[in-house]
Design a protein around this ligand. Structure first.
Ligand SMILES: C[S@@+](CC[C@H](N)C(=O)[O-])C[C@H]1O[C@@H](n2cnc3c(N)ncnc32)[C@H](O)[C@@H]1O
Length: 508
């Protein structure tokens, strides 16, 4: 019997084509398929033992980079095919849809695409009891994708907004849609009335927000938050707060497209905040409806925890617990995760304005560096106090040696930031090693970067550096796979990551 598989309509990267085949081989391994042929539209093969067709179809429906399966003349959609079809399309966009299910509820810088997580998971050949770890869970892409694939999962992030977003996505799995729609209409109607009478007192939080919003706008946003906070069901309350949080920068006096905090030059949106929240919430609920229609009931709900991944003691309950880890880690000079999200953090009461800077400086890859810390790091770097592998220590020394007086203060800090990053990532690798079971696999999607010091260009091959670091502390480096070029941020093109690699490690 001939089985034909059709690829999605979006243009695939070379690595996605390669992954599609790897996943297919993995999934069909136990069905004694002789030969998989490539066709113009995808793949085809013969199934000799027709009694195994139902089991094969169940497995094929899980493929990430296949949209449909043709058997005899019947066309069956894969789960991924259905989820991607439900994504909102802008114009004639032929880009990979990544905002299906709960994935699209809130933007988060450094998000990776859910398809890569799904494919890596399948290539790892999980069993139904496999447990997935995400050491830098961010907005929860790995966690949510693991949940909808049926795997137990736990993630960690030190940014409270990331943890809030990830947990909201995870809880969406058990959200009652009829109730959520009712609550949403009620909150919108109550907050419209409340916005006319609300009094915004003076305190640290509101004074901060008053600086970034027109007062009438702030009244609307604050009324919405207070009315939403009255909802008893946490998963509904948090979903509505997330949807609104994703819009507030758009309605603020900050330039919405700018990663850094700058006063806005572009015009404010014309449409009323409430109207847009309602529209976004309706779209969100309809994406969740698609998930509930195609996926089995009783999916596991994972969890995201606000824990610093360097804090070994706080992770001790998870030693020898996970089968796999999948992440996209921060870079040596990371994206300003906290800075870009200041408004949401303060509005949602996840951080006070005073705490923002402290929070920012504690994240791995932060660019914040006090003079006193710089002096201490200089001593550590020169002596290699943290016992980095020689290759990485030499890189830091080269960077330090290349500095001239012409380099500004940001560049002067680079060798120390890179050194501190390696030290932090070493700790992370040690902790993830403790948390994985023996034989456990760890996948990292990592970008390359570059910096110029004293006129010398340093191509920072972070994937290779991280592999060196991991090997140094006992990981086995299975493979480094080059992924294709991405262009992510228009405004900050010079800092953008234009090529990425997948680093695959194993705990022996
Ligand atoms: C590239 S982002 C991850 C994005 C995520 N894959 C997603 O799809 O949303 C890296 C994350 O590392 C987190 N992070 C930085 N330092 C950390 C630390 N010490 N412990 C835990 N998480 C940290 C940042 O807050 C950020 O969310």
């Amino acid at each position: 019997m001939k089985i034909e598989l059709y690829l999605p309509v979006y243009k695939q990267f070379e690595y996605e084509k390669k992954f599609a085949l790897l996943e297919l081989k993995q999934i069909t391994k136990c069905f004694l398929i002789d030969k998989i042929e490539s066709t113009e539209l995808g793949y085809e093969f013969d199934l000799t033992d027709e009694a195994r067709l139902p089991a094969l179809v169940t497995s094929l429906k899980r493929l990430t980079y296949v949209a449909n399966i043709k058997i005899n003349s019947e066309i069956i959609d894969t789960y991924q095919g259905v989820l991607e079809k439900s994504c909102p399309v802008n114009g004639h966009q032929k880009r990979q849809p990544t905002r299906y299910g709960a994935h699209g509820i809130h933007e988060y810088k450094g998000k990776f695409n859910p398809q890569i997580v799904s494919s890596i998971l399948h290539q790892f050949s999980p069993t139904k009891n496999s447990k997935v770890l995400e050491p830098f869970c961010g907005s929860g892409t790995t966690l949510y994708e693991s949940s909808i694939k049926g795997f137990e999962n736990v993630g960690f992030d030190f940014n409270p907004l990331a943890v809030f977003l990830a947990n909201t996505k995870l809880a969406s799995i058990n959200l009652s849609l009829p109730l959520a729609k009712k609550e949403m209409i009620c909150v919108i109607s109550n907050s419209k009335k409340f916005a006319d009478t609300i009094y915004l007192e003076s305190n640290e939080r509101l004074d901060y927000l008053k600086n970034w919003f027109d007062i009438e706008q702030l009244k609307k946003i604050e009324s919405f938050r207070l009315c939403a906070n009255k909802i008893k069901k946490k998963e509904i309350r948090d979903s509505l707060l997330c949807i609104a949080s994703n819009l507030i920068k758009e309605y603020s006096q900050q330039e919405p497209a700018d990663l850094r905090i700058r006063r806005r030059k572009s015009l404010l949106p014309e449409r009323c905040f409430f109207e847009v929240v309602q529209e976004k919430a309706e779209k969100y609920f309809s994406s969740l409806e698609t998930v509930s229609q195609v996926l089995p009931a009783n999916l596991p709900v994972g969890t995201a925890k606000n824990i610093d991944i360097r804090d070994t003691l706080a992770l001790k309950d998870y030693f020898d617990y996970f089968d796999f880890a999948i992440t996209s880690p921060p870079y040596a000079t990371a994206l300003p995760y906290i800075d870009t999200q200041r408004l949401s953090l303060v509005w949602l009461e996840l951080a006070s304005p005073k705490n923002i800077k402290v929070l920012d400086s504690t994240l791995i890859g932060s660019r914040e560096l006090k003079k006193s810390e710089q002096n201490k790091l200089k001593e550590d770097l020169v002596e290699n106090k943290d016992k980095l592998p020689e290759k990485l220590h030499n890189l830091c020394l080269d960077m330090l040696g290349s500095l001239t007086d012409n380099d500004g203060f940001r560049r002067q800090a680079m060798p120390f930031l890179v050194y501190r990053y390696f030290v932090d990532m070493k700790k992370m690798f040690e902790n993830v090693l403790l948390m994985l079971k023996s034989g456990g696999k760890f996948a990292l999607v990592v970008g390359h970067n570059k910096t110029t010091l004293g006129g010398v260009v340093f191509e920072l091959n972070t994937p290779s550096y991280l592999a060196t670091l991991a090997e140094h502390i006992g990981w086995d480096v299975s493979e480094i796979v080059c992924l294709d070029v991405y262009h992510r941020y228009d405004l900050h093109q010079s800092n953008s990551i234009d090529s990425e690699s997948l680093v695959l490690l194993q705990k022996l």
